[in-house]
Design a protein around this ligand. Structure first.
Ligand code: MN3
Length: 209
């Protein structure tokens, strides 16, 4: 069983003007596809090493599985977290998600400011996330380096924003802050809210129900 590149729910042009069709096409068909291919190759090698009880070879494959597997997990999240503006992208969340964002961050704009600052501040390549801590029941802004998925911090990812240069450079050049500012215009809040509701169903604290 191998991993596959997921189809997008919208065309490569559909996120313009926030993300150009050129970036989307390269990002999906080249970058994400490469993570999928390299993940499948690493897992195949891992299976062979496991069959031979070659523990050292298994350990040596872990970085490739973490990097490429994380790349696949993160991009699969990212694509569904975005939506064209005429298909619900942008605006503000509603319901419990909005209620709890305001409860934890004050105004919704404060959340946007803090998430944006975290995303812009990542040194080198990485991801900014809104995650859910199922122990405390709290929403958390977190960042990871490289392609580490948010599960490496014990959190459930709800929203992930890719701040690797390949996500914006062709359009925004070196100005990551402009890309992060613009991306709020295509966030699929109903997808984030659905992930939030599913995550809360796993929560061990009663206060967040
Ligand atoms: Mn990427």
């Amino acid at each position: 069983m191998s991993y596959q590149l997921p189809n997008l729910a919208y065309s490569y042009e559909a996120l313009e003007p926030v993300i150009s069709a050129e970036i989307m096409r390269l990002h999906h068909t080249k970058h994400h596809q490469a993570y999928v291919n390299n993940l499948n190759a690493a897992l195949e090698s891992y299976k062979k090493a496991e069959e031979k009880n070659d523990l050292q070879a298994m350990i040596a494959l872990e970085p490739a599985i973490r990097f490429n597997g994380g790349g696949h997990v993160n991009h699969s999240l990212f694509w569904t977290n975005l939506a064209p503006q005429d298909q619900g992208g942008g605006g503000e969340p509603t319901g419990d998600l909005m209620h709890h964002l305001e409860e934890q961050f004050g105004f919704f704009d404060n959340f946007i400011d803090r998430f944006s600052a975290a995303a812009v501040g990542i040194q080198g390549s990485g991801w900014a996330f809104l995650g859910f801590n199922k122990i405390t029941g709290k929403l958390v802004i977190a960042t990871t380096a490289n392609q580490d998925p948010l599960s490496t911090q014990g959190l459930i990812p709800l929203l992930g924003v890719d701040v690797w240069e390949h996500a914006y450079y062709l359009q925004y050049k070196n100005v990551r802050a402009e890309y992060v500012k613009a991306i709020w215009g295509i966030i699929n809040w109903s997808n984030v809210a659905a992930r939030y509701n599913a995550a809360r169903a796993t929560c061990s604290s009663c206060s967040c129900k």
